[in-house]
Write a protein of this length. Sequence first.
Lengths: 376, 350
Amino acid sequence: MRTRSIRMAALLLPLALLGLASTSATAATAPGKGSKAVGFIFVGPKDDFGYNQAAYQGSQAVKKQFPKLKVLTAENVPEDDNAARVMEGMIAKGAKIIFATSYGHLDAALKVAAAHPEVAVVQQGNFITGKVAANAGTYFGTVYEPVYLAGIAAGKATKSNKLGYVYAFPIPQTIANINAFELGAKSVNPKAETITVATSNWCDPAKQADAAKSLLGQGVDVLTQHQDCTATITKAAEKAGKMVVGYHADASKLAPKGWLTGSEWSWSSLYNDIVKRALDGKFTGSPYNGNYRVGYKTGKNPFVQSKFGPKVTAETKSLIAAALTDISTTGSPFKGPVYAQDGSTIIPAGVVPNYGTVEKKMTVFVKGVIGDLPKS
Amino acid sequence: MAALVVSLRALRADPLRSPAVRWTAALGGAVVVFGVLMAIKGAAPISAYTSMWSSLSSNRSMESVLVKATPIVLAALAVAVPARAGLVNVGGEGQLLMGGIFAVGMSRAIGDAFPGHSALIALCLAGAVGGALWAALAVLLRLVVGISEAVTTLLLNYVALNAMFFLIYDPWKDAHGSGQPATPALPAGQTFPMLGSSTVHAGLVLAVAATAIVWWALRSTRWGFQLRVVGGNAEAARRAGLPVGIILLTAMLVGGALAGLGGVAQLAGTEFKLRPGFLATYGYIGFLASWLARHHPLKVAFAGVVLAAISIAGDSLQIDSALPAATVNVLMALVLLAVFGWGARRVVPT
């Protein structure tokens, strides 16, 4: 027994002492220039009928557009330091352009960007506060705009005037979505209210099923969500004979009867543009070398409306078309007055907030949303 | 699968083979079965294995393995020590979390009052106490009410997780963060220093030292002997006059404290903040490592490093061979089945 123990110790010690060599910094060049590969990390599975599937499709569009580039993908990458390790692995394979596609990947993305000045690291959906490094940036669409339009469809379709919203975390992006959904519904149906349930997880089908059940039990007849994987809730609504508004990807085939409409990602042109700028050595100083946001007013919003289901009437469609024209020109889903749950004013009457203001102001639910946010 | 079973039977039938040969054959069987599965999924097994191996062979990935192994080894020891006394501690997950939670609590309490490394020591002590208290709850329930600790430790994992959720959503949430529930990062003086110029943090030293101390304590102290006696036959131990309850309690306290230290190591070495996925599944991987190595401290630590290496080599299955993320879990399960199958008749820990 003793000899075996010693053998085990002999095996363990070198392992413990290994790998203390330094990794030297590389000479500074334009980040991403001449990259042979591009890496994408996803927080969930790439076939989730949702956020990750849409991002994965974007990565495959990059593959098509740049046939010489190797496109490396990794799914189920957690939002912690493991993400940094996976990105390091991609860099070791020659990637000098990295897309970290989940909100919580930001810390890891910035860590990797700091360690590799020659690699352009962009993160999807979060916000870099303070100084942005020459090789880092975030990008996103203004998600609440199509969500507002979908809210109109929900407000017109509901019979119980109760809409259900399943979300993950009370981050400003999600709060803006829930608020826009309620405001859209209310713009056509003053009695509409939105009941919220949080799952504390971007994709936990068991919690989603519970949340859907509890919302349906409260008389909700239109379900929607801010989850990465959308199949469970979509199917739950269809099974109960209720309606559903999609998010992230087109899941209409999971709910042929109850599908109203939704919002989905169309990343290809934005991804391709980011890759092209980086390959050309023009990443630094480009709009992507910062917190890039694009919406209906400023360009091509990568978050687009999903197709309509059979229950959406011609009247609803024309209302949505009118609202789209309005928010693409002079309006906003958050055109004042907008009131918080407690009655205080978020946006004063007559004010049309710009994208930056919306991102800052969305820390509370608007009137008509049922559910509490954690205090902080 | 059938091939694996047959080869395992053949191995057992021949007691003359050395353990090394049997190990190799069992693991080889797992590797072959996994290769077939990869081929079915459309990946070339040989090149997949080659890239897994080469993805591990750089300094950087060896460092990643050690970083990932640090909390796993401590969580595995937290299973191994109580197991010597016949206790099944499935609560590594919760005890790791409690270690992290208590350490953050200590960090908030002391602010910048403690200079230099004394703050780090305070964090480690707090984490060890947190893990130990969480484990103590389970063993007290067993001693007082008679509920199996295998059940309570498992359920307490969920309580710990919800306690952390409460803290990071509400009282401890980073008000200046990006809105996601997470605590503020630990201040610079309260994080583990890196070893030399590597990316490996000093938590590894903690794990190596803990392994050595546990090995020595179980082997050469009266306490270690008592644990074995109680684990062998609690009734006989009681009749021989041993304070069985106290021995069980200490075994679990030590186990919980080790896991608590694992939580601190991950917090102060790698993550620097609590967030929803903090240490998720590490406790269970540690549990597997301990059972894989039949609770022998040195082997347990080695198994922890191996499991960490497999999970990191699993990145390559995705990046190089475009296999789904869950693939690496299949490999891990096959390795476990192979090892359990190999040793099914040798149940007594030595």
